[in-house]
Design a protein around this ligand. Structure first.
Ligand SMILES: Cc1cc2nc3c(=O)[nH]c(=O)nc-3n(C[C@H](O)[C@H](O)[C@H](O)COP(=O)(O)O)c2cc1C
Length: 242
Protein backbone atom coordinates (compact mmCIF):
# COMPACT_ATOMS: atom_id res chain seq x y z
CA UNK A 1 0.00 0.00 0.00
CA UNK A 2 1.54 3.35 -1.06
CA UNK A 3 1.13 6.20 1.44
CA UNK A 4 1.86 9.89 1.12
CA UNK A 5 5.26 11.10 2.37
CA UNK A 6 4.48 11.53 6.01
CA UNK A 7 2.64 8.25 6.45
CA UNK A 8 3.88 4.78 7.13
CA UNK A 9 4.57 2.65 4.08
CA UNK A 10 3.28 -0.85 4.53
CA UNK A 11 1.97 -3.82 2.62
CA UNK A 12 0.57 -5.31 5.81
CA UNK A 13 -3.24 -4.99 5.90
CA UNK A 14 -3.16 -5.13 9.73
CA UNK A 15 -1.24 -1.88 9.82
CA UNK A 16 -4.13 0.12 8.25
CA UNK A 17 -5.60 0.98 11.69
CA UNK A 18 -2.27 2.39 12.77
CA UNK A 19 -1.94 4.39 9.56
CA UNK A 20 -5.46 5.79 10.00
CA UNK A 21 -4.96 6.72 13.61
CA UNK A 22 -1.69 8.46 12.78
CA UNK A 23 -3.27 10.51 10.03
CA UNK A 24 -6.03 12.20 12.06
CA UNK A 25 -5.48 15.78 13.22
CA UNK A 26 -4.36 15.37 16.81
CA UNK A 27 -2.07 12.53 15.96
CA UNK A 28 -0.57 14.57 13.13
CA UNK A 29 0.56 17.14 15.72
CA UNK A 30 2.18 14.42 17.79
CA UNK A 31 3.78 13.02 14.66
CA UNK A 32 5.23 16.42 13.79
CA UNK A 33 6.58 16.82 17.33
CA UNK A 34 8.19 13.41 17.22
CA UNK A 35 9.76 14.09 13.84
CA UNK A 36 11.18 17.41 15.05
CA UNK A 37 13.17 15.81 17.85
CA UNK A 38 16.70 15.68 16.50
CA UNK A 39 19.98 15.86 18.26
CA UNK A 40 23.59 16.22 17.15
CA UNK A 41 25.81 14.14 19.38
CA UNK A 42 28.97 16.06 20.29
CA UNK A 43 29.84 15.08 23.86
CA UNK A 44 32.72 12.62 23.35
CA UNK A 45 34.38 10.04 21.11
CA UNK A 46 35.31 6.41 21.63
CA UNK A 47 38.74 5.33 20.34
CA UNK A 48 40.16 1.84 20.39
CA UNK A 49 43.51 3.27 21.54
CA UNK A 50 41.98 5.03 24.54
CA UNK A 51 39.49 2.51 25.96
CA UNK A 52 40.38 0.04 28.70
CA UNK A 53 41.11 -3.53 27.49
CA UNK A 54 38.73 -5.07 30.08
CA UNK A 55 35.01 -4.62 29.27
CA UNK A 56 33.94 -4.57 32.92
CA UNK A 57 36.52 -1.90 33.73
CA UNK A 58 35.46 0.20 30.75
CA UNK A 59 31.86 -0.16 31.98
CA UNK A 60 32.95 0.97 35.47
CA UNK A 61 34.52 4.07 33.96
CA UNK A 62 31.32 5.03 32.13
CA UNK A 63 29.10 4.16 35.09
CA UNK A 64 31.14 6.44 37.35
CA UNK A 65 30.84 9.29 34.87
CA UNK A 66 27.06 8.76 34.70
CA UNK A 67 26.76 8.70 38.52
CA UNK A 68 29.04 11.72 39.00
CA UNK A 69 26.97 13.74 36.54
CA UNK A 70 24.45 15.09 39.04
CA UNK A 71 22.10 16.25 36.28
CA UNK A 72 20.94 12.73 35.53
CA UNK A 73 18.36 10.75 37.47
CA UNK A 74 18.66 7.02 38.02
CA UNK A 75 22.03 6.37 36.36
CA UNK A 76 21.88 2.77 37.62
CA UNK A 77 18.54 2.05 35.94
CA UNK A 78 18.91 -0.60 33.24
CA UNK A 79 16.51 -2.37 30.91
CA UNK A 80 16.52 -6.12 31.54
CA UNK A 81 15.18 -8.34 28.76
CA UNK A 82 14.23 -11.96 29.34
CA UNK A 83 12.61 -14.49 27.01
CA UNK A 84 9.59 -16.68 27.78
CA UNK A 85 8.94 -20.27 26.72
CA UNK A 86 7.45 -19.29 23.34
CA UNK A 87 10.38 -17.01 22.51
CA UNK A 88 8.58 -13.74 23.35
CA UNK A 89 11.05 -11.20 24.81
CA UNK A 90 9.95 -9.12 27.83
CA UNK A 91 11.73 -5.93 28.94
CA UNK A 92 11.53 -3.88 32.12
CA UNK A 93 13.65 -1.53 34.21
CA UNK A 94 15.60 -2.84 37.19
CA UNK A 95 18.33 -1.17 39.26
CA UNK A 96 21.97 -2.20 39.15
CA UNK A 97 23.03 -2.75 42.76
CA UNK A 98 26.55 -4.10 42.40
CA UNK A 99 29.25 -4.80 39.84
CA UNK A 100 31.93 -7.38 40.47
CA UNK A 101 34.95 -8.38 38.37
CA UNK A 102 32.64 -10.25 36.00
CA UNK A 103 28.96 -9.65 36.89
CA UNK A 104 26.15 -7.11 37.04
CA UNK A 105 23.92 -7.64 40.10
CA UNK A 106 20.26 -6.70 40.57
CA UNK A 107 17.57 -7.78 43.05
CA UNK A 108 14.04 -8.96 42.47
CA UNK A 109 11.23 -11.31 43.36
CA UNK A 110 12.18 -14.82 42.14
CA UNK A 111 8.56 -15.79 41.45
CA UNK A 112 7.37 -12.90 39.27
CA UNK A 113 7.31 -13.03 35.49
CA UNK A 114 11.01 -12.27 35.10
CA UNK A 115 11.85 -14.87 37.75
CA UNK A 116 9.83 -17.54 35.92
CA UNK A 117 11.36 -16.57 32.57
CA UNK A 118 14.89 -16.69 33.99
CA UNK A 119 14.19 -20.11 35.57
CA UNK A 120 13.39 -21.38 32.04
CA UNK A 121 15.99 -19.46 30.08
CA UNK A 122 19.15 -17.96 31.53
CA UNK A 123 19.98 -15.89 28.45
CA UNK A 124 19.29 -12.21 29.15
CA UNK A 125 20.19 -8.75 27.88
CA UNK A 126 20.69 -5.44 29.68
CA UNK A 127 20.69 -1.91 28.28
CA UNK A 128 21.83 1.31 29.92
CA UNK A 129 20.99 4.67 28.32
CA UNK A 130 22.85 7.70 29.63
CA UNK A 131 21.50 10.65 27.63
CA UNK A 132 23.69 13.28 29.32
CA UNK A 133 26.78 11.49 28.01
CA UNK A 134 25.06 10.45 24.75
CA UNK A 135 25.88 6.85 25.59
CA UNK A 136 24.28 3.43 25.41
CA UNK A 137 25.69 0.17 26.77
CA UNK A 138 24.29 -3.18 25.63
CA UNK A 139 25.13 -6.27 27.61
CA UNK A 140 24.33 -9.86 26.65
CA UNK A 141 24.97 -12.93 28.73
CA UNK A 142 23.52 -15.41 31.19
CA UNK A 143 22.08 -14.91 34.65
CA UNK A 144 22.30 -16.88 37.92
CA UNK A 145 20.90 -16.34 41.40
CA UNK A 146 23.51 -15.02 43.85
CA UNK A 147 24.06 -16.79 47.20
CA UNK A 148 21.43 -16.60 49.97
CA UNK A 149 24.05 -15.06 52.21
CA UNK A 150 24.71 -12.14 49.86
CA UNK A 151 20.97 -11.66 49.25
CA UNK A 152 20.31 -11.54 53.01
CA UNK A 153 23.14 -9.08 53.52
CA UNK A 154 21.72 -6.74 50.87
CA UNK A 155 18.11 -7.22 52.06
CA UNK A 156 19.11 -6.13 55.59
CA UNK A 157 20.71 -2.97 54.19
CA UNK A 158 17.40 -1.82 52.68
CA UNK A 159 14.99 0.53 54.48
CA UNK A 160 12.42 -1.41 56.59
CA UNK A 161 9.57 -0.23 54.33
CA UNK A 162 11.29 -1.78 51.30
CA UNK A 163 11.86 -4.99 53.22
CA UNK A 164 8.15 -5.16 54.08
CA UNK A 165 7.26 -4.33 50.49
CA UNK A 166 9.09 -7.46 49.33
CA UNK A 167 6.76 -9.55 51.53
CA UNK A 168 3.64 -7.56 50.68
CA UNK A 169 3.79 -7.75 46.90
CA UNK A 170 3.15 -11.00 45.00
CA UNK A 171 5.08 -9.60 42.03
CA UNK A 172 3.44 -9.89 38.60
CA UNK A 173 0.23 -11.50 39.93
CA UNK A 174 -3.17 -9.96 39.23
CA UNK A 175 -4.46 -8.34 42.44
CA UNK A 176 -7.96 -7.20 43.41
CA UNK A 177 -7.10 -3.62 44.38
CA UNK A 178 -4.57 -1.18 45.83
CA UNK A 179 -6.12 -1.83 49.24
CA UNK A 180 -5.06 -5.45 48.97
CA UNK A 181 -1.40 -4.35 48.87
CA UNK A 182 -1.85 -1.87 51.72
CA UNK A 183 -3.46 -4.58 53.87
CA UNK A 184 -0.64 -6.97 53.04
CA UNK A 185 1.90 -4.33 54.05
CA UNK A 186 0.09 -3.70 57.34
CA UNK A 187 -0.12 -7.46 57.98
CA UNK A 188 3.64 -7.98 57.57
CA UNK A 189 4.39 -4.84 59.59
CA UNK A 190 2.40 -6.31 62.51
CA UNK A 191 3.98 -9.71 61.98
CA UNK A 192 7.66 -8.70 61.76
CA UNK A 193 7.91 -5.18 63.20
CA UNK A 194 11.50 -4.00 62.88
CA UNK A 195 13.05 -7.40 62.32
CA UNK A 196 12.03 -8.46 58.85
CA UNK A 197 13.54 -11.71 57.51
CA UNK A 198 14.36 -11.93 53.82
CA UNK A 199 11.52 -13.65 51.97
CA UNK A 200 12.71 -16.94 50.47
CA UNK A 201 11.29 -15.83 47.10
CA UNK A 202 13.35 -12.64 46.93
CA UNK A 203 17.04 -12.12 46.20
CA UNK A 204 19.80 -11.18 43.84
CA UNK A 205 20.67 -12.16 40.29
CA UNK A 206 24.11 -11.84 38.70
CA UNK A 207 24.38 -11.31 34.95
CA UNK A 208 27.67 -12.60 33.53
CA UNK A 209 28.29 -10.93 30.18
CA UNK A 210 29.52 -12.64 27.04
CA UNK A 211 29.52 -9.29 25.24
CA UNK A 212 29.33 -5.59 26.10
CA UNK A 213 28.81 -2.97 23.40
CA UNK A 214 29.68 0.65 24.10
CA UNK A 215 27.89 3.21 21.90
CA UNK A 216 28.93 6.83 21.85
CA UNK A 217 26.84 9.32 19.86
CA UNK A 218 28.83 11.21 17.18
CA UNK A 219 28.02 13.97 14.67
CA UNK A 220 26.23 13.10 11.42
CA UNK A 221 25.06 9.76 12.77
CA UNK A 222 28.60 8.35 12.43
CA UNK A 223 28.43 6.98 15.95
CA UNK A 224 31.20 4.99 17.64
CA UNK A 225 30.36 1.39 18.53
CA UNK A 226 32.93 -0.80 20.23
CA UNK A 227 31.93 -4.39 20.87
CA UNK A 228 33.77 -6.29 23.61
CA UNK A 229 33.42 -10.08 23.46
CA UNK A 230 34.70 -12.17 26.30
CA UNK A 231 37.17 -15.01 25.67
CA UNK A 232 37.98 -16.62 29.01
CA UNK A 233 39.51 -13.86 31.07
CA UNK A 234 40.29 -11.55 28.19
CA UNK A 235 38.20 -9.37 25.90
CA UNK A 236 38.31 -8.98 22.15
CA UNK A 237 37.41 -5.49 20.88
CA UNK A 238 35.89 -4.86 17.45
CA UNK A 239 34.29 -1.79 15.88
CA UNK A 240 30.74 -2.00 14.48
CA UNK A 241 29.18 0.29 11.91
CA UNK A 242 26.54 2.55 13.43
C1 LIG B 1 13.24 3.06 37.95
C2 LIG B 1 12.73 1.65 38.18
C3 LIG B 1 13.48 0.78 38.95
C4 LIG B 1 13.03 -0.52 39.18
N1 LIG B 1 13.83 -1.38 39.87
C5 LIG B 1 13.44 -2.66 40.03
C6 LIG B 1 14.33 -3.62 40.65
O1 LIG B 1 15.48 -3.32 41.01
N2 LIG B 1 13.87 -4.88 40.80
C7 LIG B 1 12.62 -5.27 40.38
O2 LIG B 1 12.28 -6.43 40.56
N3 LIG B 1 11.79 -4.41 39.77
C8 LIG B 1 12.17 -3.11 39.58
N4 LIG B 1 11.33 -2.22 38.94
C9 LIG B 1 10.01 -2.70 38.49
C10 LIG B 1 10.16 -3.52 37.20
O3 LIG B 1 10.35 -2.65 36.10
C11 LIG B 1 8.95 -4.44 36.95
O4 LIG B 1 7.76 -3.69 36.95
C12 LIG B 1 8.84 -5.55 37.99
O5 LIG B 1 10.11 -6.08 38.31
C13 LIG B 1 7.94 -6.66 37.51
O6 LIG B 1 8.46 -7.22 36.33
P1 LIG B 1 8.06 -8.70 35.83
O7 LIG B 1 6.57 -8.78 35.98
O8 LIG B 1 8.51 -8.78 34.42
O9 LIG B 1 8.78 -9.69 36.72
C14 LIG B 1 11.78 -0.93 38.66
C15 LIG B 1 11.05 -0.06 37.86
C16 LIG B 1 11.52 1.22 37.61
C17 LIG B 1 10.73 2.12 36.71
Amino acid sequence: MKQSNHQIQSDDPDSSDLVNSLSDNSSAKTQAKIRDIRKQYLFAALDEQKVLPNGMEQFGLWLNEAIDCKLMDEPTAMILSTVDEVGQPHSRVVLLKDITMDCFVFFSNYEGHKGQQIANNKMVALVFFWPMQERQVRIEGSVEKISELLSIRYFKSRPIENQLGAWASPQSQIIRSKEFLEKQFEYYLQKYGNDVPKPPHWGGYAVKPTSIEFWQGRPNRLHDRLLYTRHGNSWNITRLAP
